[in-house]
Design a protein around this ligand. Structure first.
Ligand SMILES: *Cc1c(COP(=O)(O)O)cnc(C)c1O
Length: 496
């Protein structure tokens, strides 16, 4: 198996090279040239395995050109251990007759990004070795909250790697800021940046494309890499939990082998839902995908009209990790639907005009499997209250967007199919909004909301967030740097 560009203008590479490089030279994203199959017999057999073996077996199908099964199993056992995911990585809760909630936030940072970012650094380090590169890697991350912390936890104290995270000083929640400011590990650096997320993101992009900086770092034996969700190394671990969830439902007698399910995913960059779609292409019995968006509903409009248009107002919502106008991983769905040449054309149009329209044929093909639904701010708050009061289930704002769309879809489709909805963050990561939805009130200090929410619901605060205000601040958020000083900060990175 080789990895090729969605735009077709870069050479095919091995899985290790795809993971090391992240992005293709032609601007496209790596995708396997064939999708490996998963038979019903294999699914049945996976039911007897724990999460780590399931992960190793599924990932081996995509990475077997460069990684051995034993290697993957040992790394998966390390990544998905009880210490990092107490109680198991992906438990399922029942919400009524048809909806099953797949909780993906039981890792070290209480958001679903951990499911990929606990294993990806391990794949990355091996990828660097396997491609014969002896340099050190400096991982640069611009974050609006969850990715930065999850990447820091994944890469902390990994030999031969340094990681530097940039976040907008006024653009992340208080808890997210504290999570990053108190980060441990000898090879990590955290910078608050004056400006918004785009300023931080543009700063990182500039560093990546600056040949002088790259040359200077190379002289020091360092190369740059990223940890964002366009990297194949982040996508492939996400395919696993949809397959694993199917196995768990099967084991529970909730479904029968071969029975189709639906999947709903609260979506931002389109990475998580694309991973679910890849599971279906492998052979997982899935009927439909519900793509759930918040008030930034560019994807919802796309599924209805075939027109993707980012020229629209940007809303800062209570589900900030889904506040995105360009969903990068949609490019991989376009590639699968329209092929490389058309994808390149569409992506050029997006860059030049901020919009594109797919053919009627492509629209119909996508529409036969995907339904786009959206949920505004008021509906999000009502959903949190409704699932808490009617099902005694506490969910965060992102999951609420997913559940609102899932319930709507189930109501409109009398198929009787079970629907698995991804739950992407602990409610305690967004306590003020959750508390406000439940009680109508928020305390002045955001951190008090966490304890009040625990008192009200009796649901325990997860360990990674417990006592966060008392931890030692290592990277003072008040020492914000200017975006134009970011290159210097990368050049001076010393913490390898
Ligand atoms: C990143 C994130 C999402 C969006 O996931 P995508 O893969 O970008 O679609 C949703 N919810 C939470 C809590 C997240 O951190």
């Amino acid at each position: 198996m080789k990895y090729i560009s969605t735009r077709g203008k870069s050479e095919a590479v091995s899985s290790a090279m795809a993971i090391k490089k992240g992005l293709c030279e032609d601007g496209g994203l790596y995708f396997p040239d064939e999708i490996p199959s998963l038979t019903l017999d294999e699914i049945k057999a996976l039911c007897g395995d724990g999460y780590a073996s399931r992960a190793a077996k599924v990932m081996y199908k995509f990475l077997c050109d460069e990684y051995t099964y034993e290697e993957l199993l040992s790394e998966c056992e390390g990544a998905y251990c009880e210490d990092s995911f107490p109680g198991g990585p992906a438990p399922i809760s029942k919400l009524g007759e048809r909806i099953r909630v797949l909780e993906l936030w039981h890792g070290p940072t209480a958001a679903f990004k951990d499911m990929a970012l606990q294993i990806m650094p391990r794949l990355f380090v091996k990828a660097v070795k396997k491609t014969g590169d002896t340099r050190k890697a400096l991982i640069l991350v611009a974050t609006s909250g969850d990715t930065g912390k999850a990447a820091l936890e994944g890469y902390k104290d990994v030999d031969g790697v340094g990681i530097s995270v940039f976040y907008p000083v006024d653009g992340v929640s208080r808890v997210q800021k504290l999570q990053m400011a108190t980060q441990e590990g000898k090879n990590v650096e955290v910078n608050s940046v004056i400006g918004n997320f785009d300023d931080a993101q543009n700063g990182v992009k500039k560093i990546f494309s600056d040949s002088e900086i790259n040359a200077k770092l190379n002289e020091k034996g360092v190369f740059l890499s990223s940890a964002n969700s366009i990297n194949w190394g982040r996508l492939v671990p996400q395919v696993v939990y949809y397959i694993s969830a199917y196995c768990d439902l099967l084991k529970d007698g909730d479904i029968e082998l071969g029975e189709e399910i639906d999947i709903c995913v609260p979506t931002g960059n389109f990475g998580n839902i694309l991973a679910a779609y890849i599971a279906k292409l492998m052979g997982l019995p899935v009927h439909s995908f519900v793509c759930a968006s918040n008030k930034n509903n560019v994807l919802t409009d796309f599924f209805v009209s075939g027109n993707y248009d980012r020229n629209r107002p940007f809303y800062a919502t209570t589900s900030p990790s889904m506040d995105i106008l360009i969903s990068s991983n949609l490019e991989r769905l376009l590639y699968l639907t329209c092929g490389q040449a058309e994808t390149e054309t569409l992506m050029n149009e997006l860059k030049e005009k901020g919009s594109y329209t797919v053919s009627d044929e492509a629209k119909a093909k996508i529409g036969s499997e995907f339904t786009g639904l959206s949920c505004d701010e008021e509906q999000t708050a009502c959903e949190i209250k409704h699932v808490y009061e009617d099902y005694n289930y506490l969910c965060d704002t992102h999951t609420a967007v997913g559940l609102y769309c899932a319930e709507k879809y189930v109501k409109e489709n009398n198929s009787g199919r079970k629907l698995v909805c991804a739950s992407t963050a602990s409610p305690y990561k967004f306590s003020p909004a959750v508390l406000k939805a439940l009680t109508g009130e928020v305390p002045e200090n955001e951190l008090d909301a966490m304890e009040l929410l625990e008192k009200k619901t009796g649901v325990p605060i997860p360990k990674p967030l417990y006592g966060i205000a008392q931890r030692k601040v290592r990277f003072d958020p008040n020492n914000a740097i200017k975006a134009e000083d970011m290159p210097l900060s990368a050049l001076n990175f010393q913490r390898f």
